[in-house]
Write a new protein. Sequence first.
Length: 519
Amino acid sequence: MASAFEERHAAGIHGSLTTVDRLIIHGHLRHFFEPSGFVGFMLRQGVKPQGFGKYVQQATEQLCGHIRKLAADAGREVTWQPGVVHGKDQLAREIAKRDGITEGLICVFSTLELATCFAYARGTVVREHRKCLHFYLYLIDPELGFMHLRIQSWFPFLIQIYINGREWLSRQLDRRKVGYHRYDNTFLQIDDLPLAQKLCKGFCRRRWWRVFDAFARRINPLLPAIKRQGFGTYYWVIDACEVATDVMWLNRRTLLTILDDLIDHAIRAFSAKDVVRFLGHKVYPSSKPLLSHYKWYPPGDATAAQFHPEARRIKHRLWKNWIKMYDKWSVLRVETVINYPKYFKVLKFETDRRGRKRGHWTPMSKNVQNLWRYLELGEASNRRYLDALVTVTPTKRAIAELDVLCRGRTVHGKRWPKLNPIGPDECALFRAVLSGEHAIQGFRNRTLQYKLFPTRADTPAEQLRRCARLSRQIAKLRGHGLVAKVPGSRLYRTTPRGHRVMSAALRFRDLEFRTALAA
């Protein structure tokens, strides 16, 4: 179902696509972290705690030898990186392009990084944060495309898997012979967009832990021995998940006609409470502050500008989760990043004593089985953000809409008086109606009173006067088609035309008029 933003700009876009972008999975051997877990593992193999150093050193050498053998069998080398290199992905792509690798192992990087490890201290085995050797295996998988695996060379052998949803989608489209136009990690156009949307929905429903278990067996030679001792296999969790909604415009020129207005509106109009509600949270007085950042990425030199045009990005951060909006060529991307899912809910079903299943909402965990919920929450957050941007409109059209408000209107034989779209009373009413907290459920007379009157009514008569006054103002907005009543309730919603017109009035009063006067 198309969002209000897509319906508003239907003439200038191909459509939209929501999919998982960057996905980082961590695999933990969690039974090692139970009380006396690792000590029990050694004792089952006849190793006392005093022999910890020699035992883990042999295990590390066995894993390192296995990784080097994997690289040698593929005809690749293990390259040492002296520090954490943020450009390892780009370096691996360059190696794949140079050597013409289209499938299989590309390269292996080794580097020292901080990790949680086991150590022997004070006569027992403890956990500590220290540096140890890590291996990055970059490969092109037949199904997942370009990806990498990272494994820690010291117990407990943490595994990280990085995959990209668009890499997976491009291979699914190739298999079905569906044409598309791709720029970097972005689809500018897809011939069969409904099929692509259906595939993206199915991405999160697959039993990915089976695929991740296969990767773990491939790179960790100690895993069979660990399973034989009753310590199970890896427990897979989602460390970070990006859910992106791409609105694909016909061309970059069409996007640029409104991009500046979108960025300006997001910076100026979205408050912290608005973004909290976009993420589906309630606003509490003790909520942590939300931070917004704006960045401009220059195109670089003239040659690079032909391929990487200047881009802008706005980012709203709440705790460890955030929403971003930026442009990539002719695509406007709104992206929700969930790093800390505790503040979201997931529906769990339990069977009672009578064998009946009952569902209840519980705080969401990082278990990879909740990936479908990550996509559901991210898509809902992105669409709320886009629907809040439906108010942005080109200046010429906004002025024409404002002219209509300045004249009276007759609807079904009833005369509605004109509005003063830049008057202080009307603008205060517009601002209250457009508040982000009404984006999901709408508003009613009482909620507008809280915003328009700073103090509570002293008497019941004053309360009635306020209620009657707002009822007349809401009726006037309905007469001009700016708001509509929700059937069967006392709630009202802002119409798409209301978003455009009232936002334009506020923009002119708050920004354009002051700028013109200062000039």
